[in-house]
Ligand binder design. Structure first.
Ligand code: FES
Length: 154
């Protein structure tokens, strides 16, 4: 089937197999490998992208749901040079180790920051509920998110 979707503001028309997921389309067809595939079952959040304004696990998005959608990936929120304020805060707070979870974390927080100007710690925790980090834990992640939210709200 043919689908049309916008990824990071660029329109694409693709022929896809019925069983392809958004994570596969992004990585294998569009070369956007910043979106990681971890569990491939919607449990770990590594493949989180923003789909029509909501953070979703791209591994769970089937082909028909992509048609007509607007998708943002980690490539779309990373400046051509340097880091976004959120990425900078994650670095400053040492909020990752291996970094496999980081793109998904950034996209979950991006969806939150787009929706809520200055989210509370509770709202940050809820936004990150679906993002599993096996290395660094969540304390630094939450602190980084709070710092970034403050910066972005100024
Ligand atoms: Fe390794 Fe989060 S930094 S999984």
């Amino acid at each position: 089937m043919h689908i049309s979707l916008q990824v990071n503001g660029t329109p694409h028309r693709l022929e896809v197999r019925g069983a392809e997921t958004l994570a596969e389309v992004l990585r294998d067809r569009l070369g956007l490998t910043g979106t990681k595939i971890g569990c491939n079952a919607g449990e770990c959040g590594a493949c989180t992208v923003v789909l029509d304004g909501r953070a979703v696990c791209a591994c769970l998005v089937p082909t028909p749901r992509m048609d007509g959608a607007a998708v943002r990936t980690i490539e779309g929120v990373t400046p051509a040079e340097g880091l976004s304020p959120l990425q900078q805060a994650l670095v400053e707070h040492g909020a990752f180790q291996c970094g496999f979870c980081t793109p998904g974390v950034v996209m979950s927080l991006t969806a939150l920051f787009d929706r809520v100007r200055l989210p509370s710690e509770h709202e940050i925790r809820v936004a990150l509920q679906g993002n599993v980090c096996r290395c660094s834990g969540y304390v630094r992640l939450i602190e980084a998110a709070k710092a970034a939210a403050l910066r972005l709200a100024r």
